[in-house]
Ligand binder design. Structure first.
Ligand code: FDM
Ligand code: MG
Length: 211
């Protein structure tokens, strides 16, 4: 536990298409870190537990219709309402493993045809991740994995477009893992990336997304 006292936690984000394995891998990584005595929490966006999150959830379930820009801003607002808590946790030494973040926000909305710059704008000023791990899976492969749950966006053609936009977002904080590998192999790579990141960011300051 000593390491958590000496520095801040890391903001580690997992991104990928629907059914790319993010949620399972987040859970596995979290229990691994906890087993190592590391102070860590699992988060996810959208966070469906807030009132904004409930509006998003209803939209995804096709129970409500919202204009494309309106839902984009709600996804962003859902991150903003968590920003202060996120910063507090990180500065207090807790590492956050986050299932989706601003990159989902941009890639999914851009896939509908909204401009990339317009999509990025409301994300500026959120906490910048220390590491973004993209689980790379072909949409066709992802769809084979037990199929989709029937939520909005869970269609192969749309996921293809999302994948293209994700690729245009890769920057220096991104690492790509081949998500079609066996679960254990993905897990192994994730552990190594996460442990390195947690150590490296101890002395580094938190920054904001600058896009
Ligand atoms: N999604 C998620 C967005 O369109 N924008 C966002 O900002 C975020 C965080 O919501 F299809 C999409 C991605 C996915 C859907 O996500 C629900 P989960 O991970 O399946 O709950
Ligand atoms: Mg989903």
């Amino acid at each position: 536990k000593g390491s958590s006292k000496s520095g801040r936690g890391a903001l580690i984000v997992l991104e990928g298409l629907d059914r790319s394995g993010k949620s399972s891998q987040c859970a596995r990584l979290l229990s691994y870190l906890e087993g190592k005595g590391c102070q860590a929490e699992g988060w996810r966006f959208p966070d469906r537990g807030t009132s904004v999150g409930q509006m998003i959830s209803a939209y995804l379930a096709n129970e409500s219709q919202l204009d494309d820009r309106t839902i984009h801003l709600l996804f962003s607002a859902n991150r903003w309402e968590k920003r202060a808590l996120m910063e507090r946790k990180l500065l207090g030494g807790t590492t956050l493993i986050v299932d989706r973040y601003s990159y989902s926000g941009v890639a999914f909305s851009a896939a509908k045809g909204l401009g990339i710059e317009w999509c990025k704008a409301p994300e500026v000023g959120l906490v910048a991740p220390d590491l973004v791990i993209y689980l790379d899976v072909q949409p066709e492969k992802a769809a084979e994995r037990g199929g989709y749950g029937g939520e909005r966006y869970e269609r192969i053609e749309f996921q293809n477009k999302v994948g293209e936009h994700y690729h245009s977002l890769h920057d220096s904080t991104w690492k790509v893992i081949d998500g079609s590998l066996a679960m254990e192999a993905v897990e192994e790579q994730l552990r190594e990336l996460a442990m390195n990141c947690i150590q490296e960011c101890q002395g580094r300051q938190l920054t904001n997304l600058a896009w």
